[in-house]
Design a binder for this molecule. Sequence first.
Ligand code: HEC
Ligand SMILES: [Cu+2]
Length: 431
Amino acid sequence: MTSPRSDHRKIFRFAAVFLAGLVLVSCTGCAWLHQVFSLSGPQSTMVTEGPVARSQWDLFLVTCWVTGGIFLVVGSVLAYAQIKFRAKSEADEKSPPPPQGHGNPLIEIGLIVASVGLLVIIAIPTVRDIWYTHDVPEAEKGNALDVTATGYQWWFKFEYPNELVKLPTGGEAPLVTGNELVVPAGRPVRVQLRTVDVIHSFWIPKLAGKVDMMPNRPNFLWFKAERPGYFYGQCAEYCGESHAIMKFRVIALAQADYDQWLARQKQPARTVPAPALAAAGLPQVRFASLKLNDGRALAGSTEFDANPLAAWQKMQEPAAGENPALIAAGRKLFSSKTCISCHTTRGHEGIGITGPDLTHVGARSTIAAGVLENTPERLSQWLHEPAHFKPGNKMYFGGYLVQDPTGAWKQNFTLNDAEVNALVAYLHSLK
Ligand code: HEC
Ligand SMILES: [Cu+2]
């Protein structure tokens, strides 16, 4: 037989088990939680590495404590009422319910005052942090680096408006990089956020975020990496098929290393002097094909991420055993296969702007917007089958395939194994 009272008893038992579970979980400690839910992973907001992310984390904690306190008070009153007024015997169960009271002005006013007080406790740091995260603090403004980040489906362009490079045509333009934002550690970075298509959102969990990249409206955020490091970024606003793998990296360097990186980036694309090429000289190796849903494909699944900063640094130098003939063949293919219409290789033939700037792509640690490590194997797999890794991506749909007037997709060009190998050698020579 179920009566309202035995229902109450069930609720009471459930609440007791739930609370006991909660206590158990909190007692077993943070280390366990961190491990099970990988709270300290590369995209964790709980291990902060800069003042902006820290202010956001602190605010989260204030809110947690206040709401946790409310939960405890309300939960205790509920538990108390459940125990105190429960039916203790058969007779209790059959007796009429106790007199029902409502409308105690003292309690009602008390609750309103308490709620307002708690909201004020949350509001003060919230408002303070809104101002704090909006722009670089006055005292540090002179030391700030300006960057413009632009979202594309599904990658990021980074521009340095105050770092001008000479164009082959004679003019000057801001330095442009793709998918890897290199900044000096210890200095504030003010990021202007833009998009060329839909709404994206800029988020570097350990440093700052999230702020939307809105069409036709610049937004801003700033961050500071307190020490040199390698940080993961992620688009945080659903923006289409490959949204979940629209990533980027932030590499923070000591000022001297940053200056060195900057000087190299300002150089035009690196040219390796080419000997005459015998057609049979192109190697025919092909790496096994691989799909994104194979765990091995993703950057972050190998030794690379044991020390990504060191891996990034290694990419800055030309690899031993470069093959100049192969590189020259790759450069030719880069033109003949229409890569140049979407990608810039400043100083070489590439002048396109619909894909990431590849002038120094060989010095990046990842490709395909932070999704794949920039190894010969992965780059080769990317060029063979870009659509395997990023569904819908605009290099495959629009480059490898084009739409005829009826809207049907047809093959525009194909790449055989030898051609991919040459392109990989060329792209990796672009340090
Ligand atoms: C229709 C335009 C288009 C053509 C043609 C094109 N690409 Fe791309 N490419 C893109 C776009 C867009 C991306 C970004 C894809 C993404 O991450 O979503 C890209 C990404 C890349 C990347 C990764 C860059 C990075 O930093 O993540 C490389 C390398 C690359 N393309 C090389 C090539 C080569 C080589 C060719 C010629 C065989 C080529 N592309 C042809 C548009 C194009
Ligand atoms: Cu996006």
